[in-house]
Design a protein around this ligand. Structure first.
Ligand code: GAR
Length: 190
């Protein structure tokens, strides 16, 4: 029998990717279970999404800790208590530091709303539109110490809707939800 992989989802915002992953798990499309949601934003909508699914949430802000190391050590304790094996970043808007990278080497993945290596960092959709590119997309990649620089797992192109940020964003989000599900299936379903 196949086993389900214990994961934590890290998010700072709305959590639509969290929701898509949670639903894909409920539908048994991904052989994983979300043991914990970690957020650095006490008002993030992802908290309500997680609570409505009965998934525990760790709200933890770096400013309450002396350093990034101490902050990540606090997160790590909870991850270890819950025996989490993989970290799935879904709109977590912070660089992962050496503590979590060391504890979860090659077990951290991220989704980014561009065709990396184009437009890393914040507001990738805004960057793509400002450059006037006609095609952008979505990348799922492993996380390393850089900003959106780890090895690429999966990519999908999305057409920019000229001068329409909202429609472009909607198209990208819809593709993200599909591509993240596919990428996590390829990692966890054996
Ligand atoms: C997603 O578009 C994700 O790719 C992006 O944040 C959004 C979160 O949306 N992440 C990054 O830009 C990471 N550099 P969500 O909260 O609705 O899942």
């Amino acid at each position: 029998m196949s086993k389900s992989v214990p994961i934590a989802v890290f998010a700072s915002g709305s959590g639509s990717n969290f929701q898509a992953i949670a639903e894909a798990i409920e539908q048994q499309k991904i052989q994983a279970r979300i043991e914990l949601v970690v957020t650095d934003k006490p008002n993030a909508f992802v908290i309500q999404r997680a609570e409505s699914k009965g998934i525990p949430v760790l709200v933890i802000q770096p400013k309450a800790y002396a350093s990034k190391e101490v902050y990540e050590e606090a997160i790590l304790r909870t991850l270890q208590e819950k025996k989490v094996e993989w970290l799935v970043l879904a709109g977590y808007m912070r660089l992962i530091g050496s503590t979590l990278l060391g504890a979860y080497a090659n077990h951290i993945v991220n989704i980014h709303p561009s065709l990396l290596p184009s437009f890393p960092g914040k507001d990738a959709i805004g960057q793509a539109m400002a450059h006037g590119v006609k095609i952008t997309g979505v990348t799922v990649h492993y996380v390393d110490e850089g900003m959106d620089t780890g090895a690429i797992i999966m990519q999908r192109a999305v057409e920019v809707v000229a001068d329409d940020r909202e429609q472009t964003e909607q198209a990208i989000h819809a593709v993200e939800h599909e591509v993240y599900t596919k990428a996590l299936q390829s990692l966890f379903n054996h």
